[in-house]
Design a protein around this ligand. Structure first.
Ligand SMILES: [Zn+2]
Ligand SMILES: [Zn+2]
Length: 327
């Protein structure tokens, strides 16, 4: 005997009241402004540090630039997400630009990984004396390290006020926080070279920052790949979802169940639901409502975007392609 999936109450859950909608709208606008400002600052410093790498030949600075490029891509993704929370999709682009978030994240983390690997190899070559490359201008390197750190501190101050508002803003905050450590590495290396004359400090700092960076790049790549491969959203137990749907009174079977992430905070689920063939329209509507409320409220990941295909018993054998029966 199955225990039914319990959905309480019959009140209308579809719309928020206009007051709270307006607050979200205002907050989202503020987030977008904050992120755009941070992005502008980070991007300017990214270009400045890139010039610094060419001028000084510092490895530590190069790794910091790679790091900053990832920040730029993550910040672009966050800015787009903040903007998207307000923008309506179009007929030809039904998800709006939401997928751009994962593409940006994938590209940014791949670049981060490549820079990390390059810097690691270069650090080993320089430290073992195979390559004689050295920092051409340590004072300039120190200056660029300081510019980077100042920009990071500036971004942190801008982001601080809203970093607890949502996951998106929190990610942006942690990203900049992380990058500040890279700038500290550059400054420390430059100071060691300046005061002790030990030239290898730059290669050592570059290697260490690269070592810390590579696992993070791999984590980011794997995270975006999971979204690109349309894997089941992290934290959602599809087996539990299937059990819940199975237990909705009137449901006979569930098949062709798919769940994926469109963008941060945007998950979708589709399923074919076989129901008793003698149900009335009101009973079918009640089943549909129960399933929607279930997916919005019964799991750690709330799924707002659901598509259910209601099928009468016996429909499957007659009309459906065998392609999708496995899920
Ligand atoms: Zn079906
Ligand atoms: Zn449920």
């Amino acid at each position: 005997m199955h225990i039914a999936c319990i959905v309480e109450g019959t009140k209308d859950w579809s719309g928020m009241d206009s007051a709270s909608e307006q607050t979200i709208e205002q907050q989202s606008r503020a987030h977008q402004r904050t992120l755009t400002l941070t992005l502008g600052l980070t991007f300017t410093v990214f270009i400045a540090e890139l010039v610094g790498v060419v001028l000084t030949g510092s490895l530590a600075l190069l790794v910091d630039v790679g790091h900053m490029l990832t920040d730029v891509s993550v910040l672009i993704a966050s800015t787009i997400t903040a903007a998207l929370m307000r923008r309506r999709p179009t007929e030809s682009r039904t998800w709006g630009w939401a997928r751009l978030e994962v593409i940006t994240a994938a590209a940014g983390s791949t670049i981060l990984l490549l820079v990390g690997i390059y810097a690691l190899i270069e650090a080993v070559l320089r430290l073992t004396g195979v390559e004689e490359a050295q920092v051409r201008d340590t004072q300039l390197m120190l200056l660029f390290g300081l510019i980077g750190l100042l920009a990071n501190v500036g971004s942190l101050v801008i982001l601080r006020s809203s970093h607890n508002d949502n996951l998106n803003m929190r990610t942006a905050f942690l990203e900049v926080m992380n990058d500040a450590l890279g700038s500290v590495g550059v400054i420390a290396a430059a100071l060691v070279v300046l005061y002790t004359g030990w030239a290898d400090a730059d290669a050592l700092a570059g290697g260490v920052i690269a070592l810390l960076m590579i696992p993070r790049a791999l984590r980011l790549i794997s995270k975006s790949l999971k979204v690109l491969l349309e894997e089941t959203p992290h934290g959602l137990d599809l087996k539990a979802v299937r059990n819940h749907l199975d237990r909705v009174p009137g449901v006979v079977a569930v098949h062709d169940l798919h769940a994926s992430t469109v963008a941060t905070g945007m998950t979708q689920l589709s399923a074919h639901i076989v129901v008793n063939s003698n149900l009335s329209d009101t009973q079918r509507a009640e089943i549909l409502r129960s399933m929607q409320v279930c997916l919005r409220t019964h799991f750690p990941v709330s799924i707002d975007h659901t598509t259910f295909q209601i099928e009468p018993e016996g429909y499957e054998q007659r009309y459906e392609s065998t392609l999708h029966i496995h899920a």
